[in-house]
Design a protein around this ligand. Structure first.
Ligand SMILES: NC(=O)c1ccc[n+]([C@@H]2O[C@H](COP(=O)([O-])OP(=O)(O)OC[C@H]3O[C@@H](n4cnc5c(N)ncnc54)[C@H](O)[C@@H]3O)[C@@H](O)[C@H]2O)c1
Ligand SMILES: [Zn+2]
Length: 405
């Protein structure tokens, strides 16, 4: 038996945040990030809508990008004090993911972070509150997914929490919120979204329910991301939907080792002054992982199907895979994303010498590879890399060298 789980309601299109006016409840806690939602007036609008629905509203503000375990614990404490029956998380992946983890801790105050990270091990939620997610970036699709990514800064590792229990009850996909994204955020979140579509399509857990969502999302992103990056607001709106469709696919089909590697390299060089931003990491690693996975006959065939759906040409599957890789690398160029860690600057733009020194990368490589193999996303990848292969793959992602194994 397989389960296909989505929010009960997805409100989308212009004016979707007005759906909040019809919510039933007593107290709503609104969880939000660093200030962009406030600055552009969305936070006031959300609070006003919830008040119009007759609810008392409290804000939990200041959730940082790549949220920490500490933030989760603080937010859960605020929830225990306020006792909301609605949790409304608004922003990019970071505040929504943090709010999901706070929700677990609010419902089960004794649960530890380690217990939350047991894959599909979350006890039944919704005894205290329901959850609404309002996305402001076009990438993670956390508004419809069963995932939350929390960073343990002591270990420098991102941990995915994965369980259909944390799939939100309501998702609001209002394109107005995506209009204010700066260019770089459009680029990174958009490449995150296409990675979700491609990894979901070749995942060993894919099925007939997830395949059409993945393919359609990939095609939309192929056509809409670069124009959206260049300021076309109709395409920006379309991207907001496309990323959500990709999310519906991967929440049910799971992901692969592009994400395993991105999770384990994201914060591990923070002591050298920067993070490798999630979407940029995916954008750099995806072409390498496609080349690696394409050695598996079933994955090769499915990458060929993706290339066909994108109408990239190619006489056979090998050629189609090469054209797919070429197309994705071209998108990175159009979006000012480097091709490898060696050229990844602290500001995320391509540069001659990136912020991760070669010697530091090589020293940390064995541990990163071990951690990536152990990531929750590895199990559904079409090929299961051993330690040596994962180290080689990561080296290809550092130096931008051919994957020939
Ligand atoms: N839960 C999932 O299924 C899932 C999937 C992929 C990634 N993630 C995680 O999500 C996080 C990344 O989320 P993200 O990429 O959405 O970014 P984010 O939430 O970290 O936000 C990045 C920055 O953009 C700003 N911002 C957000 N929306 C804006 C807007 N509309 N206008 C202007 N500024 C805006 C924020 O204030 C913040 O400074 C990572 O921690 C990643 O690991 C989660
Ligand atoms: Zn992602």
């Amino acid at each position: 038996m397989q389960r296909f789980c989505l929010p009960r309601d997805v409100y989308h299109g212009e004016g979707a945040i007005d759906a909040l006016k019809s919510f039933k409840g007593k107290r709503a806690m609104v969880c939000v990030g660093g200030g962009s939602m406030k600055r552009f007036g969305f936070l006031d609008k959300i609070a006003a809508n919830l008040k119009e629905a007759g609810m008392e509203v409290q804000l939990f503000e200041g959730i940082e990008p790549d949220p920490s375990v500490d933030t989760v614990m603080r937010g859960a404490k605020a929830m225990m004090d306020f006792q909301p029956d609605w949790i409304v998380a608004v922003g990019g992946g970071s505040p929504i993911d943090a709010a999901k983890a706070m929700w677990i801790k609010y419902e089960y105050p004794d649960i530890t972070f380690e217990q939350m990270c047991v894959v599909f091990g979350i006890p039944e939620l919704r005894h205290k509150a329901h959850f609404c997610a309002i996305s402001s970036t076009s990438g993670t699709a956390t508004e419809v997914t069963a995932f939350s990514i929390i960073t343990d800064y002591q270990k420098g590792i991102k941990y995915p929490i994965a369980d259909f229990q944390i799939t939100p009850d309501v998702a609001i996909v209002d394109p107005a919120l995506a209009e204010t994204m700066p260019q770089k955020l459009v680029a990174h979140t958009g490449m995150d979204a296409i990675t979700h579509g491609i990894e979901a399509y070749v995942s060993t857990a894919h099925c007939d329910y997830t395949d059409p969502l993945a393919l359609h999302a990939i095609k939309m992103i192929q056509h809409d991301l670069v124009p959206s990056y260049n300021g076309d607001m109709a395409k920006r709106h379309s991207m907001h939907n496309a990323q959500c469709l990709a999310g519906m696919a991967f929440s049910n089909a799971l992901l692969g080792i592009v994400h395993s590697m991105a999770h384990k390299t994201g914060a591990v060089f923070a002591d050298y002054g920067a993070h490798i931003i999630h979407g940029a990491a995916n954008a750099m690693y995806l072409p390498k992982v496609i080349a690696y996975n394409a050695k598996d006959p079933e994955a090769l065939k499915r990458y060929g199907q993706i290339a066909d759906f994108m109408e990239l040409g190619g006489a056979n599957d090998q050629e189609k895979v090469q054209l797919l890789i070429k197309h994705l690398r071209g998108m990175n160029d159009d979006l000012r994303i480097p091709h490898c860690i060696q050229h990844y600057g602290a500001d995320s733009y391509p540069c001659e010498q990136g912020f991760v020194p070669e010697s530091v990368f090589l020293e940390r490589l064995p541990q990163i590879a071990t951690n990536a193999i152990g990531d929750a996303c590895t199990g559904s990848n079409p090929r299961q890399p051993n330690q040596e292969e994962m180290e080689r793959l990561l080296k290809c992602c550092y130096y931008d060298t051919e994957v020939d194994f």
